[in-house]
Design a protein around this ligand. Structure first.
Ligand SMILES: [Zn+2]
Ligand SMILES: [Zn+2]
Length: 477
């Protein structure tokens, strides 16, 4: 079953930096929708585009049997294929007054179709789309040479009123010749080229002067043409300089016609009906969460549930809650969360026992994880103090960066006050040789926060958001 609460991640290869960037699939879909369809279109048309863009990505993802990036076996897609795709915040200036509306619309379109892709024979399709088909879409073999069963010609009278229904472009003959590598004219000036229905019946005297000529069906004397058009001589020739190409539609006609989709939506069709109209014989289904798609795969983390055991020096709340118990509970939840994201996790203790600081440091150092994270609850003599604090070893910029991501994710989820990330040289931060952080989740000395910490679902949410901080740390767009 599709689990709405779990995110699917996509690995993007940044060739220049030789780095893999992990992004939430749905976030990338939002950026792609913003980039690929007019946003004043109907929400159902935007939903079609969301499903199309998601299908394009999923089709490439290794976790779903796609072939990914050939040079990088862990990457699904190449970053350089997304030139011009930018985070939604960056559209603020471009969209101006429409910004809020457009963002809301994109989010609705993407979230309402979350996980949905277009399938044919249970495989994601090559979801082609173009702006305006101009009357009918095209059979794949006429565009790309091969027959694709779901890319069939369908009639479309839905895009008739688009600004692209009839257009033209004037191109100088010289440019046409250069670009196509052909010769359309010769340099013989006085050649009597006739242009059907425009210039014919040319009569010249022995000196090559035009005596009679028919232009646009009307007969003129050469002298008349010279006078009327104010040219230098009756010894004249002509040659077209410009070719006007008329076009109907915009794009190659493969797959979905976006203007048509918008029109169908405005007339009451749903995204599903529209997609099934343009893609022959496809199904729309939600993707499964792939268990191999794990953003923290290959990462080692040691979690340290602080304190523990009989003569523990942990803090005790006014309602009797013990810090050592809360720490262990959050650590165990965090272990599960990190494991489900692919990380390999170790704990310095798994039960209520004494483990000396030296032993904790030694254990961490023998594992040499990517990160060491101590879990604590804060205490202050005055019960009014509340919020979250995170410490990192002085000068460790990597730990600081992780601390920042965890702080953001944590305070957003459990809604505690951000009391800041701070450098420190606590024993464990100093003695553990890898990047280490020390998280004070909340104040056990604060009545309300102690109460929240008593609730297991709260502790689970805290753990989940710390894990999210790890994922965000490893991605940068
Ligand atoms: Zn159309
Ligand atoms: Zn503590």
């Amino acid at each position: 079953m599709y689990d709405e609460s779990r995110e699917v991640y996509i690995n993007i290869y940044d060739k220049k930096a030789d780095k893999i960037v992990i992004n939430e699939l749905e976030e990338l879909v939002k950026q792609l929708v913003a980039w690929s369809i007019p946003l004043n279109f109907h929400i159902e048309a935007l939903k079609c585009q969301s499903i199309i863009m998601r299908t394009k990505l999923v089709r490439q993802m290794r976790a779903y049997g796609g072939c990914g990036v050939s040079q990088q076996k862990e990457a699904d897609i190449l970053m350089e294929n997304f030139v011009g795709v930018i985070p939604l915040e960056r559209y603020k200036e471009i969209w101006g007054r429409d910004y809020e509306d457009y963002v809301k619309k994109i989010e609705a379109a993407v979230m309402e179709t979350k996980g949905s892709v277009l399938l044919f024979n249970n495989k994601p399709i090559d979801a082609r789309a173009h702006l305006v088909c101009g009357g009918s879409t095209e059979n794949s073999e006429n565009v790309e040479g091969n027959v694709v069963q779901y890319l069939r010609k369908v009639l479309c009278n839905h895009c008739q009123n688009s600004p692209y229904s009839l257009n033209y472009k004037d191109i100088p003959i010289e440019e046409v010749e250069n670009k196509l590598g052909v010769k359309l004219t010769n340099d013989e000036v006085l050649k009597d080229t006739t242009i059907d229905n425009i210039i014919d019946d040319v009569l010249r005297d022995e000196q090559n002067r035009v005596t009679k000529i028919k232009i646009g069906g009307k007969e003129f004397k050469g002298k008349e043409v010279m006078d009327i058009l104010n040219i230098n001589s009756t010894r004249f020739g002509w040659r077209p300089q410009i070719m006007r190409f008329f076009t109907i539609g915009k794009g190659d006609g493969l797959g979905l016609c976006q203007y048509g989709a918008n029109n169908m939506a405005c007339e009451g069709s749903s995204a599903e009906e529209i997609l099934k109209y343009y893609y022959t014989g496809i199904e729309i289904k939600k993707i499964q969460n792939p268990c191999i798609n794990m953003p923290l795969k290959g990462k080692l983390v040691v979690i340290d549930p602080a304190h523990g055991g009989e003569d523990s020096d942990d803090h005790v709340g006014s309602q009797g809650l013990r810090e050592k118990d809360v720490n262990l509970s959050i650590a165990l939840h965090l272990e599960k969360e990190l494991q489900s994201l692919g990380a390999e996790v170790y704990l310095t203790r798994r039960e209520d026992i004494v483990v000396h600081l030296n032993d904790r440091a030694q254990m961490a150092n023998s594992i040499a994880p990517h990160f060491f994270i101590s879990i604590h609850q804060n205490y202050f003599n005055h019960p009014s103090k509340s919020g979250t604090e995170i410490y990192y070893f002085r000068g460790d910029t990597v730990a600081k960066e992780l601390a920042r991501e965890i702080m953001t994710a944590l305070t957003e989820e459990i809604e505690t006050l951000d009391k800041g990330i701070k450098p420190a040289d606590f024993f464990l931060l100093r003695e553990v040789i890898v990047s280490s952080i020390h998280v004070e989740v909340a104040y056990i000395s604060n009545f309300a926060e102690e109460k929240m910490l008593m609730d297991d679902s709260f502790r689970k949410r805290a753990a989940k958001s710390i894990a999210k901080g790890f994922v965000n740390f490893y991605r940068y767009i």
